[in-house]
Design a protein around this ligand. Sequence first.
Ligand SMILES: Nc1ncnc2c1ncn2[C@@H]1O[C@H](COP(=O)(O)OP(=O)(O)OP(=O)(O)O)[C@@H](O)[C@H]1O
Length: 940
Amino acid sequence: MAASTQKATNLFQVYLRLRPPQGGAATGERFLTVEEPDDDSKTPKHITLNPPNDRRRAIEKFAFTQVFEEDATQLDVFNCVGVANLINGVLAPCGGDGTDALVATLGVTGSGKSHTILGSRSQRGLTQLALDVIFQSLGENIVDCDTCPTLEQSIVASDPSEAAIFSAPTFLDSVFVDLSASHRPGSRAQTPMNVGYPPSSPQPRPQQEVQHGPSGRIPGLGCETVRVVMGKDSIATLSPLATTTTTDKSQSISDNRRGLGAAFVPHNRQTGHAFCGPRRQQVQRAKGARGRMQPSGRATASTSCVRLKSGTNQAAHSQGESIGPGHTPSRRLHRPSTFPQQPDVNGLSVSCDPSAEYAVLISMYEVYNDRIFDLLTPPTKSTATKEYRRRPLLFKPTEASPDRKVVAGLRKVICGNLHQALMVLEAGLHERRVAGTGSNSVSSRSHGFFCVEVKKRTRGNRKHGAEPSWGGSALTIVDLAGSERARDAKTAGTTLAEAGKINESLMYLGQCLQMQSDAATKDKPNLVPFRQCKLTELLFSNCYPSPSAISSGRYRNPQKAVMIVTADPHGDYNATSQILRYSALAREVTVPRIPSITQTILAAAAQQQQQASQSLSSPVEAPTQARPSSPRGRGRGSGSGSGSVHYPPLLSSPDIVRGASSPAHSPANTAGSNDNSMHRSTVEAAVLEISRLTEEIEYLQQALEAERTARQEAEARLLSMEDRMVDLEQAVREDCTNEFERRLEIEMARWRAMMQVEMERGEEHWGRKIELFERSFGGGGGGGGVLLRNDGNHNDGDDYYDGDAGGEEGDEDKENILVEDVHQENERLRRENEALRREIASMSPTKRLPLRERVSDAGAVARGGKPETGSPRHARTSRAVGGGGGSYDEEGSLLDRLERLRVNDAQASARSSAGGGKSRKVRKLPGKRWNAVGDDDDLF
Ligand SMILES: Nc1ncnc2c1ncn2[C@@H]1O[C@H](COP(=O)(O)OP(=O)(O)OP(=O)(O)O)[C@@H](O)[C@H]1O
């Protein structure tokens, strides 16, 4: 089991770091021992895992590249892991684009991953140390936006990841509120508390002490205010004094916040750690929104945002990218003014390419519920749900990077010095998801990626004035979320669903790591199934050259990767052993063989019989028994690992039997003592059977427990799927609503246009009608005037035109005039009729023709036709024609006119009755005049 021989073949070098007990006093039993180094290197590489209180479990031995014991410092880890070597590969001092590097931590929740990567109040983590070394090493070769105005533009042009690129001052000004802005010149934030800058990096301008204004800052206390999110939306600003009544619980929550600044530092009672950088928190256990601040010994100006979320908001927040209405409406954070300075890496620098100039770009993202979210891009407010949401990003090959997958659409910040880089890290950490669980009060709920891209181009190689393009490599530092058991972490709801996703992705990661160690030991092809989830894709994709890169000849060095496994030797044995099993470079299992109790009893009985028979035949002591075998033990042992398996000597059970039975057999024993011996052995067998059954029960209980955990994990996965479905449904609904609104808008516009056209048509139609009407009545009136009748008020007695009169009134007057005309005509005709009647009456009634016939005959004669001959009608007509033809003709025309008038009159009365609904002023014909003609009068 040599870890060193596998170094060359592994995709990841795997280190183990043991966490010291919290508060110096261990709570549980220690189950992990570090083996003494067996070679000259003097660095331990092996550990042994002893199952606590369980003799049935295998003793396992694991090999790592190196083991860091509890007393190892951050600097020890930094140096021994070889981060400087990785940086060397990234900077590529000998030319070329360099080699990508990746450092990740893996472990059970609360085992110290974030501590290793991000550090604590007093100690910097690997990220800060790596940044420090990078900026020191680049020295004068670094260019930033101040020294090179075209830098941003040239980087945008050569960046293959469709990124949004910002200069650090622009980005930081958009994220941080600088309370002392009035005191500083220009836009660049410089704070006095940043000490210990490397000589090469620009020193911040000293800044005056911030005045304590109404914002709640108290002189001497060293902190501003704490923004506390209570319930859903409320953001309360607490003064430091108001917070001193906080309970221990909320204290421990705020204490355990980790970060980079150290000015305002709620400090951890147990570890002395403090978290100065604001980090988004979901602390489901926190009922009240309280926080306590303690004055820091060294700091004067810094702030922090403590967000204590209620369960409701947490649930909303944790739906993938949805951030709840009260969440991060504004990203204006307070600038931390100081960062931890220890351990000091001054003087530790690696060489860089002197013929090249470098630019450093920082980006940060997290993998949450198997989706990638940018940590430097603020969430945007959804128009439909009014919630702040973040857009998931894709990990894909882009047009400019067909040979290599990149996270597309990230926000990247060009940093010119260490301070800017730390501030960007601070801003990104604020967005990272954390929550309080039963295992860790500040547990990471996502896998955090911190990416330092070192862009590189040759100096002075400007062909025809064109700038040379940027190449380079990246150092990615990953803080993985920890695996956790729902029972220990006491998670529920969304946090449980998150845990399900975390465990699932870690399971895939475990499979990948297992494959690499299998491949190293068994000469199998190194096929790592890394496409199963986003996490493994991000971690492993760059370990291999892509097929398109090989075919195009654009070969990049595969990345160098380091995995630091963290473990608490006093923590959860099951969870720790599981992680060690798949992450270790090699493993050796020693299976303790427990004989089956039944076999033991049978063997004991057989032995007793043998001894009894031997005692009868020979006084010689019985030989030692054969080693029993256990199918269950064998099955468990052989199935548990890939390392060599050792079978230790038998454990105590047979010895008990042997010890109990051995002194009983001597030739001198009597038959009674034989009986006693048999009786005793039966009792012993019974005792052993009981113990076997007890063990069986224990075993079943454990199996049940395992099943229960598996069920909880499955439920958690289900919940997370449900969350995802809700998300998807929400998105689909949103899309549908938008589409519906869009279409509705179009339909409304069309309808309005049609309506307009119809109205115009209607107006035109009526206009034409009115015109016709006016023309028909207005005659010589001109100008649309209405002919009005002299109503007696006009002395001249003439008709007159009123050019302004119009509308209904005018129409009614016209009608009245018509009716009056008709009436007068009627009168006149009546008179003539009377005269005719009298004339007819003077004639013989027998010769009288009906009036109509006479008229028609007369009409026919007038038209040159012949009236019917032989008929009395004809005779009368002839007589009339012969007698007084002129008057007959006249009478016919009069009757014709009378007929027409009758029809017109009927039409007029029909019109007037049709318009009866409208209150028209219609002058009625005087009834008397019509009544004057009797009904029975034979007019026609
Ligand atoms: N080497 C160490 N020295 C001192 N304290 C440590 C060390 N490792 C971890 N701790 C402390 O243990 C606690 C938990 O550590 P940390 O938050 O880093 O765990 P984690 O593995 O990141 O958990 P999670 O996966 O839930 O995020 C913290 O208070 C941290 O300060």
